[in-house]
Design a protein around this ligand. Structure first.
Ligand SMILES: Cc1cc2nc3c(=O)[nH]c(=O)nc-3n(C[C@H](O)[C@H](O)[C@H](O)COP(=O)(O)OP(=O)(O)OC[C@H]3O[C@@H](n4cnc5c(N)ncnc54)[C@H](O)[C@@H]3O)c2cc1C
Length: 426
């Protein structure tokens, strides 16, 4: 079943993007570029002598719905949970995002704050609750949908606030709690998140005692990476002054009071060891896809969207060709990364634009298709980083930190790549 816009090519196509982070913003801004006849911002640069091809201009209205009131640089969480000044920088309210307010935008992209509850691919309607509307739901009709809602991550892996103001309180309170500075902080979990949380705390507060504990005998043990990556991460952590306890599985924590009546935590491990801490940070939870609003039959058993290489929903879904998913919520090969989410958002934009052209001119669509992605990772460990990708193998050092993260855990790299500051064509 189609929407009313199919029979009326002059009417703007309505595109709904659910989730306004790396995947969703990439889809929205690349699509706006294409629909205004410009090369997409995340496209390949032209080869020498290659003539640019102007994409077909199409009238479009793009609505982004996000639960947050801004773009939150999720990758920067370990630093946002250690530094109040960085926390301020890591959240850019949509109201203040230059790329959304440049004259060029001309209301092509609008952002609504709210939570999507259901998507009906037959009627092409999404139901959402706008922020502040209580239980009252609204419906949004669309011609094309891009779902980019990522994974649900628990505190303190990621701040849970949905408004910047509240988030700044949340991060400041956490920073106060972890920097008491008597016994120090214990970070539980030697995966990527735990390693970055421990190392950023130590970097920002060099005098704070920071201990990373991990149940296995090597770090990054759950990742499909060669052992030398975890081994190098361990060396960098220790160089940076973080104490590391391997083969220490947390059994329980117990609140204790010292002679002065101050409260601390005794951390017990299953090998009988124990230690005192001011604060324990759990960095071990499994994140789950935020896809409960989608029909069950487009999901796999774990809740990931079973996309096709074109990022379309599974072929048996009603109107599958008009429904896309991009970012962490999809089932695809490779470790979940923001670079992959932005890449998928770009491909989703190209493919939505191809579908629009097909509707308007009958042109056979040429879809961009995802290739399989091998495991790869960049991990900031204090003043250095360790990275792995198949062609280069494992690399590490200050230069690797600069390349992968700049000097702000990748904020400027992502912000510039998506041109959220409104430079160039935005
Ligand atoms: C601590 C940490 C460190 C990381 N470090 C790195 C790193 O160094 N390099 C790297 O490449 N990757 C890193 N990652 C992974 C990276 O953050 C993810 O791959 C990336 O965020 C995926 O982007 P996304 O757009 O798919 O989803 P997300 O960034 O999760 O964004 C999803 C958006 O959807 C919104 N949303 C969710 N549900 C709904 C709903 N029902 N209605 C409306 N809106 C909704 C959310 O508010 C959010 O804005 C890290 C992750 C964590 C947690």
């Amino acid at each position: 079943m189609g929407s009313m816009f199919e029979s009326s090519p002059q009417a703007p196509f309505k595109v709904l993007v659910i989730g306004g982070s790396y995947g969703g913003l990439s889809a929205a801004f690349n699509l706006r570029d294409l629909c205004s006849g410009r090369a997409p911002r995340c496209g390949e640069p032209l080869a020498e002598g290659e003539a640019p091809v102007a994409p077909m201009q199409v009238t479009v209205e793009i609505t982004i719905i996000d639960e947050r009131d801004g773009f939150y640089h999720l990758i920067g969480s370990p630093l946002a949970l250690a530094s109040e000044s960085f926390a301020e920088k890591a959240w850019v309210k949509f109201d203040e995002m230059p790329a959304l307010h440049a004259p060029h935008n001309d209301d092509v992209i609008r952002v609504r704050q709210g939570s999507v509850q259901a998507v009906d691919p037959v009627r092409k309607v999404a139901t959402f609750v706008a922020r502040g509307a209580g239980l009252q739901t609204e419906e949004v009709r669309y011609d094309y949908l891009v779902a980019a809602t990522g994974l649900r991550r628990v505190w303190p892996v990621v701040p849970q606030s949905l408004r910047k103001k509240q988030y700044l309180f949340e991060t400041a309170e956490h920073i106060r709690a972890v920097t008491v500075g008597r016994y120090g902080v214990v970070v539980v979990g030697g995966g990527a998140v735990g390693i970055e949380m421990a190392s950023e705390l130590k970097l920002v507060y060099p005098h704070l005692k920071v201990t990373l504990v991990h149940s296995q005998d090597k770090l990054l043990s759950a990742e499909p990476l060669p052992d030398n990556v975890g081994g190098r991460a361990l060396e960098l952590l220790m160089d940076g002054g973080v104490d590391v306890l391997l083969s220490h599985r947390l059994e329980r924590t117990e609140e204790v009071k010292d002679e002065s009546g101050s409260v601390g935590v005794r951390v017990h491990f299953d090998n009988g060891d124990s230690m005192l801490a001011d604060h324990v940070i759990m960095a071990v939870s499994k994140s789950v896809p935020t896809t409960t609003f989608l029909p069950k039959d487009v999901l796999d058993g774990e809740g990931y969207v079973r996309i096709q290489p074109s990022l379309n929903f599974p072929p048996e879904t009603p109107n599958a060709a008009d429904h896309f998913a991009a970012g962490d919520l999809v089932r695809w090969s490779g470790i979940k990364r923001c670079g992959a989410a932005m890449h998928m958002g770009h491909f989703a934009a190209v493919n939505v634009h191809q579908r629009m052209q097909q509707k308007l001119s009958g042109a056979e669509p040429k879809f961009s298709k995802l290739s399989e992605v091998p495991p790869m990772m960049g991990l900031a460990v204090g003043k250095k980083a360790v990275a792995y990708w198949p062609e280069a193998g494992m690399t590490s050092g200050e230069d690797v930190l600069k390349t992968f993260f700049g000097d702000d855990l990748g904020f400027t790299i992502c912000y510039s790549y998506l041109q959220l500051g409104g430079n160039k064509s935005s």
